[in-house]
Design a protein around this ligand. Structure first.
Ligand SMILES: Cc1cc2nc3c(=O)[nH]c(=O)nc-3n(C[C@H](O)[C@H](O)[C@H](O)COP(=O)(O)OP(=O)(O)OC[C@H]3O[C@@H](n4cnc5c(N)ncnc54)[C@H](O)[C@@H]3O)c2cc1C
Length: 388
């Protein structure tokens, strides 16, 4: 390990690994510090991702694909199932292996990786972030860098230490719980989404199939709902009613920042990526693909800043992210606030109308327009979504 690097990346999740890789590929000297013993573990994720989201960064590999997804099933509160076929559109991953392989792509590009390195503070010089303090094998150490990239996930503290406003209102923070259970009798090519007051008010409940009859089963509810009734009690209820004898292999809980991106995600010497920057898609709660996109932009810009010897260049990251995805997330956030406030009755009516369309003609766009044409009152909600 050297005494100083061009770029230190904190956290070896998907966003951190891709940031490290792009910075290293751009010619910067890079080290990535991860607090856990193993990259990729523990997994706190439903592991669903689109094929497009993966393929931009790594060639799909059966070793980390648990299920190939070609259908969505949307289940309304009265149990009506609306199925949409997409072709070979996505995957349920084995993130334990996927994250590890992403980190390897960073290592192959020249980035050093140190696990069990717990970053517990930042170094500053002339008001600018100039490195990190970290604990490694019981020893407190310091490491200098021209740029620190905070990829330390939803519980990130790097941004706050750097003086960025990282607060997310609890209404925007989805409380998520999930079990991975076996003997789950669902179709292996379908992602199941359940809506309604009894399963996941203000959010959705999911079953994502995995290999050999296992599945990730969980839900996310807004912090508003979570205050009154815990996400866990919804999950326990669902499991008792639907899979009372399914052996549970793992149980996890975590927050998903279903908000728009932070107002500022870079400052002198510091950039934030992934959950740390709140780059999650606010509508779906998915953050793997968008985190990798954020990481790639930050890594590329960091390398350019080093190459040009112009550290102010990193401040271009905010705009570049906003143009690539941030703007779209602002629209998704409005749509989310419209959809997740639908009543059970509304969800049921939409599903009934949609199921009248011949199976082969069902698309997401059709679902949207059917909802509008068959239930004109929805127009008001949708209009609100786009106007407000
Ligand atoms: C229950 C649940 C289900 C989800 N399901 C999906 C899904 O199906 N699809 C999807 O796309 N997204 C899903 N998400 C969201 C997704 O998991 C995250 O958006 C994604 O992991 C973000 O990647 P990241 O690299 O920003 O952060 P992370 O993957 O959280 O990685 C952060 C890394 O930083 C390390 N770290 C943290 N602090 C420090 C420190 N101080 N020093 C050193 N290292 C540190 C952590 O150990 C970790 O390895 C889900 C989230 C939850 C909670």
């Amino acid at each position: 390990m050297k005494n100083e690097y061009d770029v230190i990346v904190v956290g070896a999740g998907p966003a951190g690994s891709i940031a490290a890789r792009y910075a290293a590929e751009g010619g910067a000297s890079v080290i990535m510090l991860e607090k856990d013993r193993d990259v990729g573990y523990p997994v706190r994720c439903g592991e669903a991702i689109s094929k497009v989201g993966v393929s931009e960064f790594i060639t799909p590999d059966e070793r980390w694909i648990s299920a190939h997804i070609s259908k969505f099933a949307l289940i309304s509160p009265d149990g009506t199932e609306a199925v949409i076929e997409f072709g070979d559109a996505g995957y349920v991953l084995e993130r334990r292996i996927f994250d590890y392989e992403l980190a390897k792509t960073a290592a192959n590009a020249g980035a050093e990786i140190v696990t069990r390195a717990y970053v517990n503070g930042l170094l500053f010089e002339n008001g600018k972030v100039s490195g990190v303090k970290y604990e490694y094998r019981g020893e407190q150490k310091e490491l200098k860098a021209k740029i620190v990239i905070g990829a330390d996930g939803v519980e990130s503290r790097i941004g706050r230490w750097a003086g960025l406003k990282t607060y997310v209102d609890f209404r925007e923070m989805e409380c998520c719980v999930q079990v991975t259970a076996s003997n789950i009798n669902v179709k292996g090519d379908t992602l199941y989404f359940y809506f309604g007051e009894n399963v996941a008010p203000g959010g959705y409940f999911w079953i994502f199939p995995k290999v050999n009859g296992a599945a990730n089963i969980g839900l996310g509810v807004s912090g508003m709902v979570g205050k009154k009734r815990s996400a866990l009690s919804f999950l326990n209820n669902f499991m008792e009613n639907n899979f009372p004898n399914a052996p549970v292999l793992t149980a996890i809980a975590g927050g998903v920042p279903s908000s728009i991106t932070l107002e500022k995600i870079s400052a002198p010497g510091i950039m934030l990526v992934g959950d740390a920057a709140r780059q999650v898609n606010p509508l779906s709660g998915g953050g793997i693909a968008s985190g990798m996109i954020g990481g790639s932009i930050a890594g590329r810009i960091a390398a350019e800043a080093i190459e040009r010897n112009s550290l102010d260049h990193i401040l271009k990251y905010d705009k570049a992210w906003h143009e690539r995805l941030g703007k779209r997330h602002e629209l998704f956030e409005k749509i989310k606030n419209g959809i997740y406030n639908f009543s059970d009755d509304k969800f049921n009516k939409i599903a009934h109308s949609f199921n009248k369309i011949p199976y082969e003609k069902r698309t997401l766009g059709k679902l949207f327009t059917t909802a509008l044409f068959n239930q004109p009152s929805l127009l008001v909600d949708v209009a609100k979504v786009f106007i407000i």
